[in-house]
Design a protein around this ligand. Structure first.
Ligand code: APR
Length: 397
């Protein structure tokens, strides 16, 4: 194979990039290690920022989310039985759209392939060569069931877009002496659950409790995501169903509403996530450009991961288009420099919000950090600049 841009990974970052390149008449091939069915059913994020929805609409990529997405304009914090409702939609004039990531992925795949795009599913990339040469070469293995043995294929390209998530291969192709990452591990875990049960309210709930944070995020009318703060070392077996529902009830309790707000349902996914953010400060090397989780992972607090991935691809596509149309590689050469400030702004917001919903005891004084977050919550529920700034950042105006 020979193409202009070889895209590794068919997640939101890779697919948005591929569609934008296709629209601009730039050839690209997407290589994905998993099957189409796997990537179209893998449940992950689900909150789309206002500006990302606008971007998807402008490009004609939003048909599915306009039909099936649900708009959110308020979120709720809970503390000791009290409810604090933040009308961020009213304050910012914008809304979130809840539309599960696997549906976003499925819509983008359908669009790209209908328009004649090539995605090689079940083709894990195993090696990348020539990143500093005229042509880069991507080596992948065909694992198609039709081809009985795993055959190696090569894709020759001008550029490689590394959109292969945090555990992908592209970032690892950067030599270690050119590579720098900055990491924060918060020492906190979240038990992430997906349950077949309607959410108790239509809005997102962040419950602050002395036993730890609990969250409820509606996904579809029948499926809800729940989070329970736990130790990052906890195992799934530490959390039998009974314990899960009883902790959710306790941490999310509201005065005068009794205990039965959380109706138990079938748990369809249960895993422990470690709260951490990692930023690769080398987003490009030679002919390689990293986008999305391949370049940075951000804690789920504030729901920014998928949005940041799509925003990277929007910028990267523009840089490729300028290069191919006008022969001007300035934007490409400044990719890292231009994207990193935005990445860090997003990480900063997620870090601020993480400190609001967890009692992050860095000073060794839990009471002090608890009082600080209460003060933050009170300000957030006022009408001043503080609340306004939260609204705009949270909704992604
Ligand atoms: N070869 C080919 N494909 C690969 C390889 C490889 N060696 N390694 C990984 N991939 C694929 C994965 O199978 C996956 O489909 O790359 C894709 C990366 O997609 P995502 O992990 O969804 O990453 P990204 O597109 O950056 O989107 C980030 O995903 O994790 C969530 O919360 C995060 O919402 C954010 C979003």
């Amino acid at each position: 194979f020979r193409t202009q841009v070889g895209v590794v990974g068919a997640g939101p970052a890779g697919l948005v990039l591929a569609l934008l390149l296709q629209q601009a008449g730039i050839s690209c091939i997407v290589l994905e290690r998993h099957t189409r069915e796997y990537v179209e059913t893998r449940a992950r994020a689900g909150f789309l920022e206002h500006r990302i929805v606008e971007f998807l609409r402008r490009n004609g990529f939003a048909k599915g989310l306009d039909l099936h997405g649900v708009q959110h304009t308020t979120c709720e914090f809970r503390l000791e039985g009290r409810q604090y409702i933040v009308p961020y939609g009213e304050m910012s004039g914008c809304a979130h759209t809840v539309y599960p990531q696997q549906f976003v992925v499925s819509d983008l795949i359908e669009l790209f392939m209908t328009r004649g795009g090539t995605i090689l599913f079940s083709h894990p990339v195993v090696k990348i060569e020539g990143l500093k040469d005229d042509k880069a070469v991507i080596h992948c293995q065909s694992q198609s069931l039709l081809e009985h043995s795993a055959a190696e294929k090569q894709v020759e390209c001008d550029f490689v877009a590394g959109c292969d998530g945090f555990h992908g291969i592209t970032r690892a192709s950067i030599p270690s002496d050119h590579f720098s990452t900055v990491t924060r591990q918060y020492g906190i875990g979240w038990l992430a659950l997906l349950a077949e049960v309607p959410a108790s309210t239509e809005r997102v709930i962040y419950a602050l409790h002395e036993s730890g944070f609990a969250g409820q995020m509606p996904r579809t009318p029948q499926v809800t995501r729940y989070y329970l703060e736990c130790s990052p070392l906890d195992k799934q077996s530490d959390w039998p169903e009974e314990r899960i529902w009883s902790e959710l009830r306790k941490r999310m309790a509201v005065d005068g509403q009794g205990d039965d707000e959380q109706i138990p349902g079938k748990i369809i996914e249960r895993r422990v996530l470690e709260m951490r953010s990692v930023v690769t400060e080398t987003m490009q090397y030679g002919k390689l450009f990293l986008a999305g989780d391949a370049a940075h992972i951000i804690t789920p607090v504030g729901a920014k991961g998928m949005n940041l991935a799509i925003a990277d691809s929007e910028f990267l596509a523009e840089a490729f288009i300028t290069y191919y149309r006008e022969g001007d590689g300035t934007q490409l050469s400044k990719y890292t420099e231009m994207r990193l400030p935005h990445v860090w702004q997003t990480i900063e917001f997620s870090d601020w919000m993480l400190r609001l919903i967890h009692n992050l005891d860095e000073s060794g004084n839990r009471t002090f950090s608890d009082r600080l977050r209460r003060a933050r919550l009170e300000r957030l529920c006022g009408q001043g600049d503080y609340a306004q700034s939260f609204a705009v950042n949270y909704v992604g105006k």
